[in-house]
Design a protein around this ligand. Structure first.
Ligand SMILES: *Cc1c(COP(=O)(O)O)cnc(C)c1O
Length: 513
């Protein structure tokens, strides 16, 4: 039984429900000795030896339940979740678009589902053909000479890309390059990827139109620069108005240009980063190409490179090892090794079924014109929302945006903050936008509607935000105590981060403190 300490009416009152304690039964509470959900067949092979006694734990019981109890327990828990299949999810920079269900059909085709990466290549030609075609499509979409599908997500793609940049400079005997230029609007993974390699991060400020400050960039460019990592459009949703100058400055001092491709959704079919002069870029298939994601994963982070870096790509790539012929003999796909490869970035070949097959399906279903539509509707939707909210919320970088925009979640004379607004949106059944990022906007609320939302949804969301702005004046306590209508009240987020409890059940004798 779900038991709550306060009725819904009480929880909408001014008392912040910080101490709300909801007792949820765990799967162990539901356990009853002797109840079973499976019946094992008699073993027809000799029993194997048990692991040595010191590796066995006697204090680790297993819950005993029937299948139906387990299904109901987890389905009930799943209903407490919010997802893009249940509502609007405007989480900026994350591109939480609706994921078409045909992707689920294709990635479960038995020929894909039941293959193993150690099978002989003659038996997985379909899988390899799909990977090859996906590499080719990504090259074409973003204007690159080569693509690796290996990296497990965007951040891993960044690490892969920066490793290639370093290998490129080293291969030319250019050992003094240690500095990476990163704009102040960048996602935190950019400096983190660079820091992991012991390089120095030099922060480049944005100008008052949300572009890279060209003067500051020029001052930072010298012969110790590895390159620059630029997100374009950036996390303010602004397309850099001088992107070609920025790239020319970085190239001019011998650096390489890294593109953080997380915002590619705004550019599909319109601008190709490779054509602009980017030397390397990661794709987030889970953002742009409809692989479901959330809670930190799973991701797929292919990396595309221009001619300078193509020899440094991770091995193996999927290639054609024997050409087909006109009589209908298909080519033989296999694995190839780039001449100066940085090595392997992941066990096996990357996230095949859950990632490559879904994105392949998505690209194939849309085709070139459909991809272009995605970018145009994503940009249109963001601009529509921005226009509807402009009079109510302050938008510090207020010009035509790309697929997302950032506004301030604060009002003069009110102590309502961005966090309160986000929490209150949950009472209106919307997922909150991204909060407090990018760091250069006070009380940032970063909103990315994506192309998959219709005008009714956008209007309902704008109406809710306008209503919350009114509440911030008339009944601020209702905003500050939100969420009031969710199963759990407002969390102590600092405590949740500092005293992380990953399971709700602990073996007897375990103490958390
Ligand atoms: C999401 C994101 C990343 C990191 O990608 P992951 O796939 O989450 O590792 C990097 N930069 C930007 C701008 C992003 O939005």
């Amino acid at each position: 039984m779900v038991s709550m300490n306060a009725s819904s009416a009480e929880r909408t009152s001014a008392v912040p429900p910080l101490s709300a304690k909801i007792v949820e039964p765990t799967i162990f509470d539901l356990s009853s000795p002797g109840r079973v959900g499976v019946r094992m067949p008699e073993s027809d092979v000799p029993a194997a030896d048990s692991p040595p006694p010191h590796l066995l734990r006697s204090e680790l019981p297993l819950p005993e339940l029937a299948e139906v109890d387990v299904v109901r327990h987890y389905v009930r828990l799943s209903k407490f979740n919010y997802s893009v299949d249940s509502g609007f999810y405007p989480l900026g920079s994350c591109t939480m678009k609706y994921n078409p269900k045909i992707n689920e059909d294709t990635c479960r085709l038995p020929g894909f589902l039941f293959t193993h990466p150690l099978q002989p290549i003659e038996t997985v030609q379909g899988n390899l053909a799909l990977m090859y075609q996906l590499q080719e499509w990504l090259k074409e979409i973003a204007g690159f000479a080569g693509v690796t599908l290996q990296p497990a997500a965007g951040a891993h793609g960044e690490f892969t890309g920066v490793l290639m940049m370093r290998a490129y400079h080293k291969s030319r005997g250019d050992d003094k390059r240690v500095k990476m230029l990163i704009p102040d609007a960048a996602h935190g993974t950019n400096p983190a990827s660079v820091g992991m390699m012991g390089m120095t991060v030099v922060t480049i400020p944005s100008d008052d139109r949300g572009n890279v400050d060209l003067k500051k960039l020029e001052e930072a460019c010298d012969d110790t620069v590895v390159g620059m990592m630029l997100t374009n459009p950036n996390t303010l949703g602004m397309f850099d108005e001088h992107v070609e100058k920025v790239i020319a400055l970085v190239h001019g001092c011998g650096g390489l240009m890294y593109g953080d491709g997380a915002n590619l959704n705004a550019l599909l079919g319109i601008v190709r980063p490779g054509d602009l002069g980017f030397d390397v870029m990661h794709f987030n298939l889970h953002k742009t190409f409809a692989v479901p994601h959330g809670g930190g994963g799973p991701g797929v982070g292919p990396v595309g490179v221009g001619p300078k870096l193509v020899d440094f790509l991770p091995e193996p790539l999927v290639g054609i090892v024997e050409e087909g012929d006109d009589d209908g003999t298909p080519p033989l796909y296999g694995f190839v090794k780039p001449a100066k490869t940085i090595g392997r970035m992941k066990a096996f070949h990357g996230h095949f079924g859950g990632g490559f097959v879904r994105s392949f399906t998505y690209i194939a279903m849309h085709g070139p014109d459909g991809l272009k539509d995605i970018a145009q509707y994503a940009v249109l939707n963001a601009n529509y929302l921005q226009a509807r909210l402009r009079d109510t919320y302050h938008i510090p970088f207020d010009r035509i945006c790309m697929h997302e925009f950032v506004m301030e979640g604060q009002f003069e004379g009110s102590d309502v903050r961005a966090l309160d607004i986000s929490k209150r949106l949950m009472d209106y059944n919307f997922h909150p936008p991204t909060n407090y990022f990018p760091l250069i906007v006070h009380e940032a609320l970063m909103i990315e509607p994506t192309e998959t939302e219709n005008k009714d949804t956008l209007d309902a969301f704008a109406d809710a935000l306008i209503k919350i702005a009114e509440e911030a004046k008339s009944t601020p306590e209702i905003v500050k105590s939100a969420p009031n209508d969710t199963l759990f009240g407002r969390m102590d987020e600092v405590k949740a981060a500092r005293e992380l409890v990953l399971c709700c059940w602990l073996p007897e004798g375990y103490d958390l403190s």
